[in-house]
Ligand binder design. Structure first.
Ligand code: GTP
Length: 598
């Protein structure tokens, strides 16, 4: 393809402003799919993605419009996948900014717009849903100028639903987004934008060619991993797969190269010609590493092998997630798994339960701590270890120093939520770095220990701001902290799956909160159950669950047999999801729910 005829772009939109509808419309208008194939939204193709409205895997569609090739790059919309997003953006020269004509600019869109601006993108504002009676396009146009600071005088007025403005959008992409630049005669340099496992094709790699070209039969070298592979397919999604002879500079498309695991195809890697390699890889490669770890255990010990198989299968398609076997005194055999963040954890957990029909217990998520141990006899220096599991915490006397990972977070929000958000950050041991205002919205920069963010910070932020705050973060290294292991005892038995590492200053309040929540989460038994939080041998909080008096079925007055059976079935169902600790049954939900901070 003639490079001057290529346009690469992404779509920025707040949830529900119409990104998927518009993408489908663009595909339809440019002839990618027949009408009857448009019934399902094409871009979000995974169930979980659809339900949560989150795009996990970036998908790209090649459109043809008036002699031009338009590559629409879909980007994942969550902080856990920030690096993937940054690579997708780096593969584009422009973006459509879709704003709902009735809702106006939402704070969350700002963070994405700024990211796009940082990549020097040409941004085309699209005011969508102008068919709505409540649409106020002129007000929204002014808002885009005042709040975001973009020239909106030539924003396109559109309705993705009724098909208004679609041609204008396509024309604007051609006219306003610059074509990519690249040298067709230089050695191949292509960025690996994304990779996933396809049951028919094997590992599929999405690339953006910078210089040179990539073709079938070529030996390509992955410059970061150092491996070489033979390209056996080159093509594009329109959105159906279409094979092409090659991809030249500026083009976006896919290749397959008989790669077995996605772990071999790292996002951000540079592909070059093995025989005539580029001098240097592309800048910006980052090895993504799991930052949150937790244990996954089958509720029924007999499911262990099934869990192993299912986890291995998921891992085929997700290189950012890691696992190794783990044994727990209370939970038996399971796996210690690493994730990019909490959402990533929840997605994997949900897929295991849903697609593989497994009942799982998830232990408290934890970050990776670094510790320096005291010297033992004969050692020149104390050993340094990494701790992935609070249950493995060494004896405190042997620890010289513990370090925890810190992040720098940038939060955007309408000013009215600033107070409660400052308090939230402060409560989580945050250090305020900066506060600025951009047209009625505050931009807050905080340094925070990742440990305090990992659990429910994002959920809290969303609920405090009624969904208006956006949150973005990057890791900024390790810092020493006064951290201790807090254990939980249920009926005087330690439950290792509930133990966690906390900062000493917050230990007592966290311990109290845990005990209170466990009191509500664990059902009554025939005997009284003490619940305690302890550091070392010292109890710092305690609650007691009173003994149960009556049988559940007693309420039914003996009469209604079917009702009684239902109740017993329900109880049985409940049992299946419980785990026994000594003589106490703990529902599986309790392991995660207990950690939610009030
Ligand atoms: P997420 O996938 O949740 O991020 O949302 P999205 O931004 O992709 O929005 P989506 O395309 O799913 O549209 C959200 C809702 O708005 C759907 O109910 C659409 O039918 C509706 N919608 C999209 N475009 C228009 C439009 O131009 N006019 C009207 N009236 N409704 C629209």
């Amino acid at each position: 393809t003639d490079i001057t005829k290529i346009r690469n772009f992404s779509i920025i939109a707040h949830i529900d402003h119409g990104k998927s509808t518009l993408a489908d419309r663009l595909i339809q208008r440019t002839g990618g799919l027949a009408d009857r194939e448009m019934s399902e939204q094409v871009l979000d193709n995974m169930d979980i993605e659809k339900e949560r409205g989150i795009t996990i895997k970036a998908q790209t569609v090649r459109l043809e419009w008036k002699g031009h090739v338009l590559n629409l790059m879909d980007t994942p919309g969550h902080v856990d996948f920030a690096y993937e997003v940054s690579r997708s953006l780096a593969a584009c020269e422009g973006a459509l900014l879709v704003v709902d004509a009735a809702q106006g600019v939402e704070a969350q869109t700002l963070a994405n717009v700024y990211q796009s601006i940082e990549h020097d993108h040409e941004i085309i504002p699209v005011i969508n849903k102008i068919d709505l009676p409540s649409a106020e396009p002129e007000k929204v146009r002014a808002e885009i100028e005042d709040v975001i600071g973009l020239d909106a005088s030539n924003a396109v007025l559109a309705s993705a639903k009724s098909g208004i403005g679609i041609d204008e959008i396509l024309d604007a992409i051609v006219a306003r987004i610059p074509s990519p630049r690249g040298d067709p005669n230089a050695p191949l340099k292509a960025m690996l934008v994304d990779s996933w496992y396809d049951p028919y094709l094997g590992v599929v790699i999405l690339v953006r060619v910078i210089d040179g070209s990539i073709r079938k039969g070529q030996q390509v070298k992955f410059m970061q991993t150092g491996t070489t592979h033979l390209v056996d397919r080159v093509g594009a999604f329109r959105p159906k797969i279409e094979q092409l002879p090659d991809l030249g500079p500026g083009e976006i498309g896919f290749i397959t190269a008989q790669i077995k695991e996605v772990a071999q195809a790292r996002v951000g890697d540079t592909l070059t010609d093995a025989k005539k390699p580029a001098a240097e890889p592309l800048p910006g490669f980052k090895e993504v590493q799991p930052v949150v770890f937790c244990g996954l255990f089958p509720v029924d010990a007999a499911d262990f092998e099934k869990l192993r198989e299912s986890i291995s299968k998921l891992r085929l398609n997700d290189a950012s997630f890691s696992f190794e076997m783990e044994t727990s005194a209370a939970l038996g055999f399971g796996f210690r798994c690493g994730f990019l963040g909490l959402l990533h954890l929840e997605i994997i957990q949900e897929r295991l339960m849903r697609e593989y029909d497994l009942d799982l217990i998830t232990t408290a998520p934890s970050v990776v701590y670094k510790m320096k141990l005291t010297k033992s006899a004969g050692e020149a220096e104390g050993k340094e270890i990494e701790l992935h599991n609070p249950a493995d915490m060494p004896d405190p006397n042997r620890i010289e120093e513990i370090q925890e990972p810190w992040i720098q977070a940038v939060i955007y929000m309408p000013d009215e939520y600033l107070g409660p958000i400052l308090k939230l950050c402060q409560d989580r041991r945050g250090i305020q770095k900066n506060l600025t205002y951009v047209g009625g919205r505050a931009q807050l920069t905080y340094e925070l220990p990742l440990n305090e963010v990992v659990f429910d910070f994002y959920d809290r932020l969303k609920s405090i701001s009624r969904g208006y705050a956006s949150f973005d973060y990057e890791q900024i290294g390790y810092r020493a902290g006064d951290l201790v292991k807090m254990g939980i005892l249920v009926n005087n038995e330690p439950v290792d799956a509930l133990s966690m590492i906390v900062h000493r200053s917050t230990a007592e309040s966290r311990g109290r909160g845990m005990c209170e929540r466990l009191k509500d989460l664990i059902p009554r038994h025939l005997f009284k159950i003490p619940i305690q939080a302890a550091i070392g041998g010292k109890v710092i909080a305690r609650e007691t669950i009173a003994a149960m008096r009556k049988d559940v079925t007693a309420k039914c007055y003996g009469g209604d047999a079917s009702r009684k059976r239902k109740l017993l079935d329900k109880q049985k169902e409940g049992k299946k999801r419980m785990r026994e600790y000594g003589s106490v049954q703990i529902p599986q939900e309790a392991f995660i729910a207990a950690l939610r901070m009030g």
